[in-house]
Design a protein. Structure first.
Length: 235
């Protein structure tokens, strides 16, 4: 069987759900013959990522974001921009940064995509946009993103923090709900060491798997390979 060359949080999460699904999608890079179902959350995520990038690059104005995503969503976005960018002095910021570190040198690499980042007063904050139900967002993903960032750019863990920021229409937020779901505290070095061991353990389990057997579970009902003839459990 073909070996993976890279591992990411989403790839290892897919492997945990079903090794066969991960193999077909992330290693062989096959496309399912089934048309993909675009949920409201998926469409919002795709639209918002592109608009956020253009906004922070100065290519579009806030009224364009309002027209594309709807006026109900814009107050949350304006709040984000003012809290995490406008009030930060001497801030450097950017979009779509990639970080990685080798698991097996020259053969297997863990990588993370940083949706948005900003650097102020020697402190780096990395942000992961989330759509849908924020309670399903996994805190370990933030730890892994910090780890990859520190390893790639030679940063000290105490100077880096990560957070999730939710993206959804204003009418779906409760009155007192905040846009920010974050780690709250900057992870200490022992926590990152633990995250590093966990990544290596799970990544090597995926690397050594020569069977790639399907695993039945909750994700089967919306799996792209369900009913395509590729999965013996759901042919």
């Amino acid at each position: 069987m073909k070996k993976p060359h890279t591992a990411s949080f989403s790839a290892l999460d897919a492997y945990d759900q079903c090794p066969l699904k991960d193999y077909l999608t992330n290693i062989l890079k096959k496309k399912s013959p089934k048309p993909r179902k675009y949920t409201k959350e998926l469409k919002l995520g795709n639209d918002a990522h592109g608009l956020i990038e253009k906004f922070f690059k100065g290519e579009i104005k806030l009224n364009v974001v309002s027209r594309k995503l709807g006026p109900g969503w814009v107050p949350r976005f304006r709040d984000l921009a003012s809290r995490y960018v406008d009030k930060q002095k001497n801030t450097v910021h950017g979009i779509e940064k990639f970080a990685s570190w080798p698991i097996l040198k020259g053969e297997y690499t863990f990588w993370a995509r940083i949706d948005y980042w900003f650097l102020a007063k020697g402190h780096l904050t990395i942000i992961d946009w989330k759509t849908g139900k924020l309670e399903y967002a996994k805190q370990e993903q933030l730890q892994w993103n910090i780890l990859a960032t520190c390893e790639t750019f030679g940063l000290k863990p105490r100077t880096v923090e990560a957070m999730f920021i939710g993206l959804k229409p204003l009418d779906e937020w409760t009155d007192h709900e905040d846009t920010l779901i974050s780690t709250g505290k900057i992870p200490a070095r022992p926590l990152l060491a633990e995250a590093k061991r966990e990544i290596r353990k799970r990544a090597m389990l995926r690397w050594r798997d020569e069977k790639r057997e399907p695993k039945e579970g909750w994700s089967c009902s919306f799996c792209d390979w369900n009913g395509t003839g590729h999965c013996p459990l759901k042919p």
